[in-house]
Design a protein around this ligand. Sequence first.
Ligand SMILES: Cc1ncc(COP(=O)(O)O)c(C=O)c1O
Length: 311
Amino acid sequence: MITNADVVAAAERLAGLVRRTPVAVVEPGGLSGAGWLKCEYMQHTGTFKARGALNRVLAAQAAGELDPQVGVVGASGGNAGLAFAYAASRCGVPATVFVPQTSSPVKVARLRQLGATVVQQGAEYAVAHEAALKHAADRGAVYCHAYDQPEMVAGAGTIGLELLADLPEGFDTVLVAVGGGGLMAGIATALAGRARVVAVEPVNAPSLHAALAAGGPVDVPVSGAAVDSLGARRVGEIAYQVAVANGVASVLVTDDELIEARRLLWADRRIAVEHGAAAALAALTSGAYRPAPGERVVVLACGANTDPSDL
Ligand SMILES: Cc1ncc(COP(=O)(O)O)c(C=O)c1O
C-alpha cells in the first residue's frame, strides 16, 4: 500500500518537472454527463507514466541508489518504457529498456530517440521482464516497474492532488482506465475520503475485475484494441490492496465502445487519444457507468500515443 503522504512527497519531488495538465470544463449535456476532462495526454512523453517514472528515478537519486554510469532499467515496449527513458535523460543517467522481439519498430525507434539502449529479448513481455530484473541485479541499475512500485503509483497520484486544487468547487467521481492499476491506485490514494474513483477496463483485459472477483490478483488473458496500454496480465499487488481498501469498483467496456469514445473525443473536441485512454469516457458513453443525478464526474484522458490516421 501507499499513503497520501507518499503522494504528497511525490508532488514535492516533481514540482516544476512535470506538466500541471489542464482540466477542461465540459458544458452541461456534453460527453454523456462528464463534468470535466483532465487532459493528462498533454504530459511529457504523452502519458501520465512520466510522473511515476520521474518520481522513481529522483527518489533513487536522493537515496544515493542511482549509479550515474549504470542508470535505470525497465521492461516495457509501451508508454512506461518511454517514461523510463525520459526520466533517465532528465536525470542525466542512461536507461536500458528491455522489450519483446515483437515490439513495434515505431516504439523501439521512439525509445532510442529518447536516448535509451533498447534490448529486444523474448517473444513475450514476461521474458523481457525477467531480463530486466537480471540486468538490475547484475549491474546495479535502478529497476523501474511499469505499475507495481510505490514511487510509480505515488507519482500517478499527483494527478489526484492537482484535481483537488484545480476544482475547488468539488467533484464526486473520477473515471480512470486500468491496466496494471498503478494509475487508479495513485489517484484513489490521493482522493481517499474526498472523491471516489471508478476503474474502467476493457472486457478483453479485466485484470482488476478478475482480481476483485477472485479475492486477489490472478492472471487473465488479454487482447483487443487497448492491449498495448491496458493489457497487463495481472493487476499489481498495490493496486489490488488500494482498490479493496477504498471500495474501488471496476466497470467493463467493449472494444467497440472504447473505439467509439475515442472517435467522439476527436469529432466533438478535436482531442486525439490512444485507445486505452478513451476507456474512461467509454464508461459514460456506453452506460457501463451511470452517474446519479447531479453527480459531478471527472474523466481522465491519460494518453495520446496513437496513430491519429483512423480518427
Ligand atoms: C495511456 C494509458 N492509460 C492507462 C494505462 C494504465 O495504467 P496502469 O497500468 O497504471 O493501470 C496505461 C498503462 O500503460 C497507459 O499507457
